[in-house]
Design a protein around this ligand. Structure first.
Ligand SMILES: [Zn+2]
Length: 157
């Protein structure tokens, strides 16, 4: 498993279930094929993916960080690419995935339609922020329980 530096308290909070937001940074515009959604345009800036794990959040986060994996979900099409870097993850222990996605979308600069939201009515679980500052402000407004930086050096080969 890809190792991510964290304190023992953070680790204990990530052993169970929860909702998380993974930030991916795009340094330039790019067209990326995302399975059934087709080839999608991504802008320069930050994309925040909102997901949830029923158990072992730590394992889920490690899966997102690893660049080698079997592509199963929409998000895997992005995180499997070396040029797409997950930079941080925040976790809420008592919110729902759709609630977080809906709140973030309100203060965002857009979203990718149908991404990660095949099973719900949100419209999207991949939210776009033109700048890191706007992203941080939107996430902090929902008070995450855990916040972790993901150093690029932790990416699995
Ligand atoms: Zn949803």
């Amino acid at each position: 498993m890809t190792s991510i530096p964290m304190t023992s308290e953070e680790l204990s909070q990530l052993l169970g279930s929860g909702v998380y937001a993974l930030t991916l940074v795009f340094n330039h515009e790019e067209m990326i094929p995302v399975g059934s959604l087709g080839c999608l345009p991504f802008r320069k800036g930050c994309y925040v993916y909102v997901g949830s794990a029923r158990a072992n959040l730590r394992k889920r986060v490690a899966r997102h960080v690893a660049s080698t994996k079997t592509v199963r979900w929409h998000i895997d099409y992005l995180t499997a690419r070396r040029e797409v870097t997950p930079t941080s993850v925040v976790v809420w222990l008592s919110r729902t995935e759709c609630e977080v996605a809906t709140i973030l979308k309100k203060t965002s600069d857009g979203s990718v339609p149908h991404f990660g939201s095949s099973d719900c009515r949100c419209g999207s679980h991949l939210i776009y922020f033109a700048s890191s500052a706007r992203r941080l402000e939107a996430i902090c407004a929902i008070s995450p329980d855990v916040s972790l930086a993901l150093p690029s050096g932790t990416r699995g080969a």
